[in-house]
Design a protein around this ligand. Structure first.
Ligand code: GLN
Length: 257
């Protein structure tokens, strides 16, 4: 009886594993065996930033998630994702709660004083979302208007610098800033272009201005001085770029214009 139960459990487990195996994010890399990977590597992110990181049910998906999975596989480690406010990621990296931060995070001079960044793996553009029919048609028109941003992001920092923090309303999530725009609480939202496209598509009645506000590099944040991990991740990124993995992951989520 015991043996039967044990066998039954193995069978159930196998079914569960096969079911989960279909998920892209848990797909093992060809050149590593995650089943043997015991050491965990923790990624701090804010899974509200499509298509870089977001949730499908309970599952974390997106460009950053898949690139992180591929990096972990290269390092022979098991990826664990810790979801948090965007604004907490750098602190969390520095306190060692997570091993790295990956969240469509822009490399800036200020952040470089707090953390080290890997080589850049993607480009981001800060854009302006307005309501269809809005009288805001250029960056200059933002003067004196209420601008919604996601707290602690470059959109927040630049908008506060350029238009004054009194005119900037900070939200915990980009999506909440967009909802505020729909509700007329703010006149515009400044946010990264790819999430902007996703939010505009989801909401209707909104559009993205053609003027690009800022062009930026996304990279992975690592605790300052942890050159061992920095070098390992950079080496993995280099291989994943060379063999086309990164391009393939990006084009899976972003259609070429
Ligand atoms: N790229 C922006 C930044 O680094 C926004 C990132 C995010 O909201 N996840 O500040």
């Amino acid at each position: 009886m015991k043996k039967f139960l044990a066998l039954l459990m193995v069978a159930v487990l196998a079914v569960v594993m096969v079911a989960c195996g279909g998920a892209k994010t848990t797909e093992p890399a060809k050149d590593a065996n995650p089943a043997e990977a015991t050491e965990v590597i923790k990624m701090g992110t804010n899974a509200a930033f499509p298509p870089y990181e977001f949730k499908e049910g309970e599952k974390f998906v997106g460009i950053d998630v898949e690139i992180a999975e591929a990096i972990a596989a290269k390092l022979g480690m098991k990826l664990e994702i810790v979801d948090m406010e965007f604004d907490s990621i750098i602190t969390s990296v520095n306190q060692g709660e997570v091993d790295f931060g990956m969240a469509g995070m822009t490399v800036t001079e200020e952040r470089l004083e707090e953390v080290d960044f890997t080589s850049s793996y993607a480009t981001g553009v800060q854009v302006v979302i307005v309501a269809e029919g809005s009288d805001i048609t250029s960056l200059d028109d933002l003067e004196g208007k209420k601008i919604g941003v996601q707290l602690g992001t470059t959109g927040d920092i630049y908008a506060s610098d350029d238009f004054g923090s009194d005119n900037v309303v900070q939200y915990g999530k980009g999506a909440d800033a967009v909802i505020a725009l729909k509700g007329g609480d703010v006149d515009a939202v400044i946010i990264d272009n790819e999430p902007a496209k996703a939010f505009v598509e989801e909401n209707g009645g909104l559009k993205i201005l053609e003027t690009e506000y800022a062009i930026e590099d996304y990279a992975i944040a690592i605790k300052k001085g942890n050159t061992e991990l920095l070098d390992k991740i950079n080496a993995a990124l280099e291989e994943l770029t060379a063999d086309g993995t990164i391009d393939a992951i990006i084009s899976e989520y972003i259609s070429a214009e």
